[in-house]
Design a protein around this ligand. Structure first.
Ligand code: COA
Length: 184
């Protein structure tokens, strides 16, 4: 962990999680922790999502993407939670093309994840790479399981999760949502 004196509510930022790879030849994508100074590129990323991706990511909810909402998403307590961004340089500017995150459950043994990849970048192995990284971090922190809530109509995500070793379970209270989970 690296101590950043400029950040009062985000003091502990893991320093060693950055890696780069080429999902498309010649295009370097970097995975790194999401930071508070990413608020503008995170806002651009969210507003650039297709209605379908946004609907799937937000479980059908119509959340308004306000500055306050994006600030909350980019203010991570890295002592508990994790948020990994996929970023690349386009015309000299950094652009976000994916975010994978988890929040620790109150018992401290399990975490709930969320993942979204920009529409133009889906299907290039970026989501898999990000989930694998998230799982590695969660495991290294001693967590025992990871789970997520997926719209039951989101067959792409359910298939994605199956391929990553998650099991799929019914949500008795709400059949519109499927719970995906796996041991770490
Ligand atoms: C679902 C999502 C996260 C997948 O990310 P991605 O980067 O497109 O997926 P990847 O390219 O890494 O694919 C990983 C695996 O899932 C499979 N997969 C991905 N999309 C698929 C699809 N549409 N249909 C079938 N399989 C699919 C791939 O074949 C691949 O399998 P393999 O590694 O065994 O070959 C992404 O499409 C997305 O962000 N969707 C919109 C938001 C969303 O639904 N988020 C989930 C909210 S709970």
């Amino acid at each position: 962990m690296e101590r950043n004196p400029d950040r009062k509510d985000q003091v502990l930022v893991p320093a060693d999680l950055t890696e780069s790879f080429e999902p498309i030849v010649g295009q370097s994508v970097t995975l790194r922790t999401l930071r508070r100074e990413d608020v503008d590129i995170e806002a651009a990323f969210l507003t650039g999502l297709s209605p379908e991706s946004r609907h799937n990511r937000l479980l059908g909810g119509m959340i308004k993407i306000t500055r306050e909402y994006v600030e909350r998403l980019t203010t991570i307590d890295y002592a508990r939670d994790m948020a990994i961004a996929a970023a690349l340089m386009l015309e000299g500017r950094e652009v976000l093309i994916g975010v994978a995150r988890y929040v620790l459950e109150s018992g401290g043994r399990a975490c709930e994840f969320a993942l979204v990849i920009a529409d133009d970048w889906q299907g290039h192995g970026i989501g898999r790479r990000m989930m694998e990284k998230l799982i590695t971090v969660a495991r290294s922190r001693g967590l025992e399981s990871i789970y997520g809530e997926v719209l039951s109509t989101n067959h792409d995500m359910l298939e994605f999760c199956r391929r990553l070793g998650f099991s799929l379970g019914r949500n008795a209270d709400d059949p519109t949502v499927t719970r995906v989970s796996r041991q770490l």
